[in-house]
Design a protein around this ligand. Structure first.
Ligand SMILES: Nc1nc2c(ncn2[C@@H]2O[C@H](COP(=O)(O)OP(=O)(O)OP(=O)(O)O)[C@@H](O)[C@H]2O)c(=O)[nH]1
Ligand SMILES: [Mg+2]
Length: 234
């Protein structure tokens, strides 16, 4: 990961970022959300993880173009009893990983409910990606890739990825796809906003960084020292 010299001390550099995007993980209990996040943020897998209570978050900073982008990722509890409160954590989310377990068809059947809740409570332009977890257990598969892809099309989601927190397959790639999409959308919105300002002969927007940006290049590699974890008990 490229380290930018934005601060004077290591602590400053860790704390500083240009953009902050909130991303949420949602889906039935036991599908693997917590392990997906712990694999991504700390490169850890726990075969005996306990059900999440309320919500927890981890952060990771990546460099996109020359900008430091902080992903604040909220892992919400899938258990029915937390349903009402977890929806509150969706507020302001620019990205959502809608998770199910490929070995559990019930978790796939629940997706419509989770999706409705995300759409009701998150940012209007929230990028929602469908994630089939536990891809290392293909021999126990209950949900086909085709079925998942049909769901994506039908509900106009951003895409479908199959991941394994156990063997790390596609974990990095899934978060990168979401980050890339959010960043592009934000860029388009800002360009639209600045071009409208130019049309109005208003003073130029002072954020030239966006106008100079071209394609999205993700230089971010895992940097465990930057992964933070917090818990929110509800
Ligand atoms: N084989 C395999 N097991 C996994 C994988 N991801 C999670 N698990 C296991 O599935 C169980 C549940 O995983 P969690 O990550 O705690 O599930 P969760 O979605 O966070 O569940 P809640 O917190 O209750 O919503 C644990 O025993 C994990 O070890 C995976 O990719 N492969
Ligand atoms: Mg959990």
């Amino acid at each position: 990961m490229r380290q930018e010299g934005l601060g004077n001390t290591t602590e400053d550099r860790r704390a500083s970022y240009d953009f902050l995007y909130k991303v949420i993980l949602t889906g039935d209990t036991g599908v693997g959300k917590t392990n997906l996040l712990s694999r991504y943020s700390r490169d850890e897998f726990n075969p005996n993880s306990k059900a999440t209570i309320g919500a927890e978050f981890s952060s990771r900073i990546l460099v996109v173009d020359s900008h430091r982008v902080k992903l604040q990722i909220w892992d919400t509890a899938g258990h029915e009893k937390y349903r009402a409160i977890t929806a509150a954590f969706y507020r302001g989310a620019k990205g959502a990983l809608l998770c199910f377990d490929i070995t559990n068809s019930t978790s796939f059947s629940s997706l419509s409910g989770w999706l409705a809740s995300v759409r009701d409570n998150s940012d209007d332009k929230c990028c929602i990606i469908l994630v089939g977890c536990k891809s290392d257990l293909k021999e126990h598969r209950e949900v086909s890739r085709e079925k998942a892809e049909r769901f994506v099309k039908e509900h106009q989601l951003y895409g479908y990825m199959e991941t394994s927190a156990k063997d790390s397959s596609n974990v990095e790639e899934t978060f990168q796809r979401v980050l890339e999409h959010i960043y592009r959308k934000e860029l388009e919105d800002l360009q639209h906003f600045t071009s409208r300002e130019d049309d109005d002969e208003s003073p130029a927007h002072d954020d030239e960084r966006f106008r100079q940006s071209g394609s999205v290049q993700l230089d971010g590699e895992r940097n465990d020292s930057q992964a933070k974890k917090s818990t929110c008990w509800c």
